[in-house]
Design a binder for this molecule. Structure first.
Ligand code: DMJ
Length: 621
């Protein structure tokens, strides 16, 4: 029996409702919508809601708002949790003047006709998008539709993100279907060399985002492609890490969210193909694998044939789930072996260097970073603990010891008062923080509650400070998007000083931290910051046929890199959507996001093998 329906916080379509119940529910909902709309006509003319929805300029405004897309929504009230009541005219620039008193700007706003037009556009776009969702939902299954409709009505901000996803996806589908990424300027596909012969990275990475947003037709197209065209018998150099986080993670999430057996079959087939990478003297996998022949080797650029901490240290979540689904302990054994070695090995100042020999099991270089090369290893320690329903004590202890070492050696305060995580090269600090390292605000945040009681508030403060610094790296640029790396030396404070660090490739880490910090604190500034990012993405990264990275975040006139990364669809847009959604959409108590933002369910104690519970609440039997 399929038990997927037990998974919390997911809008699995039509879950648990019989046809007759669906019909009654549908009738009830349409009645409710008609009633609410009809009631507008009986309101006095002075009521703002009536002016918004029944404005004289309606048809004109509707048309232009719909054409403008999400930007027409850019004037939304961010002063607190969004609710249906917040549909009243918002302060037009309340966001750009981020912390300006909302009341004051609200009064200013109402003064000009142009602002009033914008307000109308906002509301009509909302109304239209709601109708769009409504009609779409009617053609789909009721469960997904109901959730989409309710989400839409309650929270107009999610509509913007929904529209961005639809735009990114539609263009990928039109111009790059089946390729790994879309090239939005040249309107063609990109294959690259990260996934061996595997194709459709954007499709697999998007499955869960489409599903969560209620883009059901698009999800069905993606599902059909996976079923009929995702060929796992490929020959080519694949990154073990990238295949794991995007393909294994994407398929696992799709399975857990939808209960489609096909995803489970595919992911177990793929998982098996990854195992030969672990055939090394230490069991530490090499970075590159040929999925066809099973031969593996180290990256040419990694010193002395070493493996990378962030790569072999970012397998745990997916591999534990592969064991759960296959009932085969081999995957868990492989990652537990990595864990054991890392726990035992001597660490300089308690820190984990980024390069390790898969042959000798020794560190190769003493470069430590919470950004690229190290990042998701730390993330997976705390998430392994959380995903184990807080039973994996080894992961917990390793995480808090690592964090202690990081705080003692890497965490710095700039002269301007910004907290950042520097990099460490054999004892010498490099006062640089990469965009990738900005995920750590969220990581320290989600780990705060399980730290020593006297440290909890401190961890939460640290998480907030890091997230603030990363936001500063955005707000100090001309585009309001952050550079690939920013520095705190030579007078620099959260800005890139080298030309080669100025690019932004649609990365998610800063928004990821906003999402976690919002969920943990409900401080409205995180939604304000998320909205700034939406506006910046719309203004600088949206091109005619999709979203593109940009070469220089400090340039007034941007130059595009012609690449819509698959993580933009799986992470950046998903985290934005969650940031503006209610907390009960994929609640953090029940779900853990892999490093590519693919949600995996917490494995409850009672469900673990050999503990007397059922085999696995989340699998089909
Ligand atoms: C993603 O593929 C993952 O988040 C990974 O852990 C690091 N980098 C990219 C996005 O920036």
């Amino acid at each position: 029996m399929n038990k997927i329906g037990y998974l919390p916080g997911v809008s699995a379509s039509g879950m648990g409702l019989r046809l007759s119940q669906k019909f009654v529910f549908l009738l009830f909902l349409s009645g409710l919508v008609t009633l609410c709309f009809g009631a507008l006509f009986f309101l006095p003319d002075s009521v703002r809601l009536k002016r918004i929805f029944l404005s004289k300029t309606e048809s004109q405004a509707r048309l232009s708002a719909w054409k403008k897309g999400p930007m027409a929504l850019s004037q939304t009230n961010m002063n607190g949790p969004v609710s249906g009541m917040d549909l009243a005219p918002p302060p037009p620039r309340a966001l750009t003047g981020a912390l300006a008193p909302v009341e004051q700007s609200s009064r200013r706003a109402a003064e000009t006709e142009a602002d009033q037009d914008q307000i109308n556009n906002l509301s009509l776009t909302l109304l239209q998008a709601t109708c769009f969702q409504f009609l779409k939902g009617c053609c789909c299954e009721l469960g997904g539709f109901a959730i989409s409709l309710v989400t839409c009505i309650l929270n107009p901000l999610t509509i913007s993100v929904f529209q961005m996803m639809k735009f990114a996806w539609d263009n990928y589908k039109s111009f790059a279907w089946g390729k790994n990424e879309l090239r939005p300027l040249t309107k063609n596909g990109h294959i690259g060399n990260m996934f061996g012969g595997l194709r459709g990275a954007s499709i697999v990475d998007s499955l869960d985002t489409l599903y969560i947003m209620g883009l059901i037709d698009e999800y069905n197209d993606a599902k059909e492609w996976v079923e009929t065209s995702l060929d796992l018998n490929s020959n080519g150099e694949a990154s073990l890490f990238e295949v794991n986080i995007r393909y294994v993670g994407g398929l696992l999430s799709a399975y857990y969210l939808t209960g489609e057996e096909m995803f489970k079959r595919k992911v177990l087939e793929l998982g098996e193909k990854l195992l030969p990478a672990f055939n090394t003297p230490t069991g530490i996998p090499r970075g590159v694998i040929n999925l066809g022949s099973g031969t593996s080797w180290s990256w040419g650029w990694a010193s002395a044939g070493s493996s990378i901490l962030a790569e072999f240290g970012t397998l745990h979540l997916e591999f534990v789930h592969l064991s759960e689904l296959s009932n085969n302990p081999i995957y868990t054994e492989k990652v537990m072996n990595i864990r054991r070695l890392l726990n035992k090995i001597e660490k300089p100042h308690g820190l984990y260097p980024n390069f390790l020999s898969p042959v000798s099991g020794n560190w190769v270089q003493h470069h430590v970073s919470i950004g690229g090369l190290g990042d998701s290893f730390y993330e997976y320690l705390i998430k392994s603990y959380l995903m184990s329903d807080k039973t994996d004590e080894e992961a917990k202890n390793m995480y808090y010891s690592a964090l202690e070492a990081i705080e003692a050696n890497l965490v710095q305060k700039s002269p301007g008062g910004l907290t950042y995580m520097a990099e460490w090269r054999g004892g010498i600090l490099d006062h640089k923080m990469g965009h990738l390292a900005c995920f750590s605000g969220g990581m320290v945040g989600i780990g705060a509650d399980d730290g020593a009681p006297e440290k909890r508030q401190h961890f939460l403060d640290l998480a907030a400070e890091i997230t603030h610094t990363c936001h500063e790296s955005y707000s100090r640029s001309a585009t309001k998007l952050g550079p690939e790396a920013f520095r705190f030396d030579g007078g620099a404070e959260a800005t890139a000083t080298r030309l080669s660090d100025r690019y932004y490739i649609l990365r998610p880490e800063v928004i990821e931290s906003y999402m976690y910090m919002w969920r943990l604190t409900h401080d409205p500034k995180y939604r304000e910051w998320g909205w700034e990012a939406v506006e910046a993405l719309e203004q600088h990264c949206r091109v005619e046929a999709g979203f593109s990275g940009i070469r220089d975040v400090y340039a007034q006139t941007v130059s595009h890199d012609n690449m819509q990364q698959s993580f933009f669809l799986s992470e950046t847009l998903k985290y934005l959507y969650l940031l503006f959604s209610d907390d009960d959409l994929l609640p953090l108590e029940d779900w853990v996001f892999n490093t590519e933002a693919h949600p995996l369910p917490v494995i409850r104690k009672s469900c673990l093998h050999g503990e007397g519970g059922t085999h696995d609440k989340t699998t089909s039997e």
